[in-house]
Design a protein around this ligand. Structure first.
Ligand code: SF4
Length: 264
């Protein structure tokens, strides 16, 4: 599971910052706002786009707890198990210093998770390293969880955990599950042929989005990646207003953002 983080709750161990490899975060940045991508990845100003401390803290903590949860024996009561992990791993309450709701938020998320379908899944593997070659570009990352599909223990699904649902508010399933589809394309051989499904669990809402993996979705995902990569070398990097703008560190210099404020 991951340690890096952005404000949508997306976590990535592999930043993929080297020119020859890409991470899903980098692709996401390019697709949502080319100007952000240029400043963040081509000018190497990552610090401008660090998420709020509380999001980092909550995201990391929840991921660590969930990892403990899936490693524990399946017969324990889920919420008690999660609470135990919380008290073992959580920072002292005083360290939730920049948002007093941090602890409440984490505990509410754990309660939602405890009674969700995601909590009933059995782990086949955690933090699975994936490396996919798409459109002559290498993508690296870690799938949060490979789970056994209930009722068929030799068939697997990929599950990603996100703090909130900003990234999945799209109608097109290939866009919504783009990260899962890229990871699927890069799964190690022992999982690739038997992985049939994918899911995204949202901590803040307890929502579990699910879909089957098929060739058409995969081809659509490759086409999305290819189209994005074609714009990665410029020459144009237009600013594109999006839900991330409110936490973008480039706001004060971004012409599109100041114009959008004037229009309100
Ligand atoms: S404020 Fe919004 S539009 Fe401007 S660079 Fe940041 S993400 Fe892009």
């Amino acid at each position: 599971m991951s340690t890096g983080h952005d404000s949508e709750g997306q976590l990535d161990l592999f930043e993929g910052g080297a020119e020859h490899t890409w991470s899903y975060s980098r692709l996401k940045s390019l697709r949502r706002c080319p100007l952000e991508y240029k400043v963040r990845w081509l000018s190497d100003q990552h610090s401008l786009f660090e998420p709020g401390h509380i999001d980092v803290q909550a995201g990391r903590l929840l991921h660590h707890i969930i990892r403990e949860y899936y490693r524990s024996p399946a017969n324990a009561e889920p919420y008690q198990l999660l609470l135990k992990a919380y008290h073992k791993l959580a920072p002292h309450a005083s360290e939730w210093k920049d948002d007093l709701q941090g602890e409440n938020r984490a505990l509410a998320a754990l309660q939602l998770f405890a009674y969700s379908k995601a909590a009933t899944l059995r782990a086949a593997a955690l933090e699975v390293a994936c490396k996919a070659r798409i459109s002559e570009t290498s993508f690296v990352g870690q799938a949060d969880l490979i789970y056994e599909i209930p009722g068929s223990p030799t068939a697997y699904g990929i599950l990603e955990f996100k703090l909130n649902d900003v990234e999945v508010r799209v109608d097109d399933p290939a866009e919504r599950f783009l990260q899962c589809l890229i990871y699927y394309a890069g799964l190690p051989a022992q999982f690739r042929s038997s992985t049939k499904a994918m899911g995204i669990y949202i901590f803040d809402t307890g929502m579990l989005l699910e879909a089957e993996i098929d060739r058409a979705l995969l081809n659509k995902a490759f086409s999305i990646v290819e189209t994005a990569l074609q714009s990665a070398n410029g020459p144009e990097f237009p600013a594109r207003i999006n839900p991330f703008c409110k936490s973008c560190g480039y706001q004060t210099l971004c012409p599109a953002y100041s114009s959008s404020l004037k229009r309100r």
